[in-house]
Write a protein that binds this ligand. Structure first.
Ligand code: ADP
Ligand code: F6P
Length: 321
């Protein structure tokens, strides 16, 4: 293989730049030219791509976001859009594509493979909802950002004897909320997977108040069965003791310099992706399971759901008492 392209797609995640750097430098090491596609599938359709030399990926390892930028694109979901993408790749003599992104982006990668383009996926998303890997690139950094916010909010909550309802990202996945709750010492965690009724939340919070807790922290996933504002209204009507404040962490969770863990994961998976591409593999996502890098068929990655061990829910409940 002589010419391979790389793109970042879906929501950006800290560590994507480290992965781009690893892909480019591993490619150059094997005599492969690497092209960077700007703005994901939208850029592919527009033919917006450029050769990346070692210098272009210099000094980006520690930077959040993605130098290639990212976008969401509907046209690429259609068969006509996908055929157009294939033409663009052929015009530029690109023989394979490495896609760094979330589960939607990996579905797009599978579509390219089905048109005959060799593809390797790399899991990049703060949500940790991608099947086949213990961790996706960006999760650890986002989680550390959440913990920093939780620690700060607890300081002010304690000073005022308040309850904070803190909404975290994750789309339909409760990983960030659950881990944030356990590691940030929350009184209650509400996730899409583990529906806790508003009544149960109110009971647990009044219980914490009666037991003399100086603060209460409830972490709620954005994909929970009810929105944080609805919960606030409900709790205000049911007077559970604490005064209530809401904090929606939002896109602050997506930015920032990647942690050591994310830099290592991104670097290792970026190199793994290029090696497998050069060996002629396709339609797999490289991921990390335990201490090993693995390759999981994209067919499986895009049809199965990553689950969170029940043990963590039990841990969260037990330690919140
Ligand atoms: P993420 O990759 O973070 O899950 P999205 O679900 O928004 O983000 O997907 C990113 C992009 O991947 C979409 O905007 C679209 O261009 C492409 N994509 C998503 N699903 C498909 C699909 N079923 N077929 C082809 N392309 C897809
Ligand atoms: O997939 C990453 C993510 O940050 C989700 O947690 C969130 O639901 C979504 O992307 C937000 O998307 P946008 O950046 O389009 O607002």
């Amino acid at each position: 293989m002589k010419r391979i392209a790389v793109m970042t797609s879906g929501g950006d995640a800290p560590g994507m730049n480290a992965a781009i750097r690893a892909v480019v430098r591993a490619g150059l090491e094997h005599g492969v030219e690497v092209y960077g596609i700007r703005q994901a599938y939208a850029g592919l359709l527009a033919g917006d791509m450029e050769r990346l030399t070692s210098r272009e990926v210099s000094g980006i390892l520690q930077r959040g976001g993605t130098i290639l930028q990212t976008a969401r694109n509907e046209e690429f979901k259609t068969p006509a859009g996908q055929r157009k993408a294939l033409r663009r790749l052929n015009e530029r003599g690109i023989e394979g594509v490495i896609v760094i992104g979330g589960d939607g982006s990996l579905r797009g990668a599978l579509a390219l493979h089905q048109l005959g383009v060799p593809v390797i996926g790399v899991p990049g998303s703060i949500d940790n909802d991608i099947y086949g890997t213990d961790m996706s690139i960006g999760v650890d950094t986002a989680l550390n950002t959440i913990l920093d916010a939780l620690d700060r909010l607890r300081d002010t909550a304690t000073s005022h004897n308040r309850c904070f309802l803190i909404e975290v990202m994750g789309r339909n996945c409760g990983y960030l909320a659950l881990m944030g709750g356990i590691l940030g010492g929350a009184e209650i965690v509400i996730t899409p997977e583990e529906g806790v009724s508003m009544e149960q939340v109110a009971n647990q919070l009044s219980d914490a108040y009666v037991r003399g807790k100086a603060h209460a922290i409830a972490v709620i996933a954005e994909g929970a069965p009810y929105k944080v504002m609805e919960l606030e209204q409900y709790l205000k009507q049911h007077h559970m003791g604490f005064e209530i404040r809401v904090s929606i962490l939002g896109h602050v969770q997506r930015g920032g310099s990647p942690t050591a863990f994310d830099r290592l994961l991104a670097t290792s998976l970026g190199v793994e992706a290029m090696r497998r591409m050069i060996r002629g593999e396709s339609a797999v996502m490289v991921g990390r399971q335990g201490r090993e890098n693995v390759a999981v068929p994209l067919e499986e990655v895009t049809t199965r759901t990553r689950t969170i061990s029940r043990d963590y829910y039990e841990l969260a409940y037990m330690l919140s008492r």
